[in-house]
Design a protein. Structure first.
Length: 222
C-alpha cells in the first residue's frame, strides 16, 4: 500500500493465549474525491464483491479443523482456511477499480456482524432504505458447507474481504464489467429506496425486515 509506519508499542496482558495485533491507518483525500455514505440515492444499485463470510469461514476452518475434516474432507477445509489469502480479505484493489468507473455513491466493508450488519450500517449512515435480494447474495461453496455442519447464518458471520458498492444504476454495469475484467467476482444484490420504505431482505417473492444481528455468529460458535 506504500504506507509509512509511524510508531507503536508492545505490551503483555494476562489471560491472552495468542498475540493480537491492532492497527490504525490515517490518510488524506482531495475533497472533490471524497465519497460519503450520505450520497446514496433511491434507485442506486448495491453491489457485493467476492462473497460473504470470507474471514469467518477461514477462522472457523482454522479453529475446528479436525471436526470439519471428518465431515467435509481435507480439501474443503484447506480451501476454507486459505480464503484469508485467496481471494483474500483486502478490499483496496476493488475499491479503486469501482471508484475509477464513476457513479459510486458509497463504499463499505462489512466486518463484525457480517453482511447484515454491514447493510444496516450503510443504510443508517445514508438515511436510506434498502431492498436486498437474498438469492443474489454470493456465498462460496466452502462457506455453505461449513454453515451446514456448524449451523450458522453466513449473512451474520464476520465478512471481511467483501466490499459493498452503492452505485448509480446507470453505472452499475460499467463497474461490474470492470470487476469482471480484473477477475473479481461481484453481483448486484439489491437497491436503495427511501428511508421510510425500510430495510428488507427478500427471498422467493416475500420479504422480512433486515436487522443487524445482536452478535456475530463467530462469537456464538467460539
Amino acid at each position: 500500500l506504500g504506507v509509512t509506519l509511524c510508531g507503536g508499542h508492545t505490551e503483555i496482558t494476562s489471560g491472552l493465549g495468542r498475540p493480537i495485533v491492532v492497527g490504525q491507518m490515517l490518510g488524506l483525500v482531495e475533497k472533490p474525491k471524497l465519497i460519503r455514505k450520505e450520497s446514496q440515492r433511491p434507485g442506486d444499485l448495491i453491489l457485493l464483491t467476492k462473497g460473504v463470510a470470507l474471514e469467518g469461514t477461514a477462522i472457523l476452518a482454522r479453529e475446528k479443523p479436525q471436526a470439519l475434516t471428518r465431515e467435509l474432507g481435507a480439501a474443503v477445509v484447506s480451501r476454507a482456511r486459505r480464503l484469508l489469502f485467496k481471494p483474500g480479505i483486502s478490499v483496496v484493489r476493488e475499491a479503486g477499480i469501482a471508484v475509477r468507473q464513476g457513479g459510486v455513491h458509497a463504499l463499505h466493508d462489512p466486518t463484525e456482524g457480517g453482511l447484515l450488519s454491514g447493510l444496516y450500517e450503510l443504510a443508517r449512515a445514508g438515511r436510506v432504505g434498502m431492498r436486498i435480494n437474498k438469492e443474489s447474495i454470493p456465498i462460496l461453496p466452502e462457506t455453505r458447507a461449513l454453515a451446514e455442519i456448524l449451523g450458522f447464518d453466513p449473512l451474520a458471520l464476520i465478512a471481511s474481504g467483501a466490499l459493498l458498492v452503492v452505485v448509480d444504476r446507470n453505472r452499475a454495469d460499467r463497474v461490474l464489467g470492470a470487476f469482471a475484467r480484473h477477475k473479481i467476482p461481484a453481483a448486484a444484490i439489491g437497491e436503495v429506496c427511501r428511508e421510510r420504505q425500510g430495510l428488507w431482505l427478500v427471498e422467493g417473492g416475500s420479504g422480512r425486515p433486515l436487522r443487524a444481528p445482536a452478535r456475530d455468529e463467530i462469537a456464538r460458535l467460539l
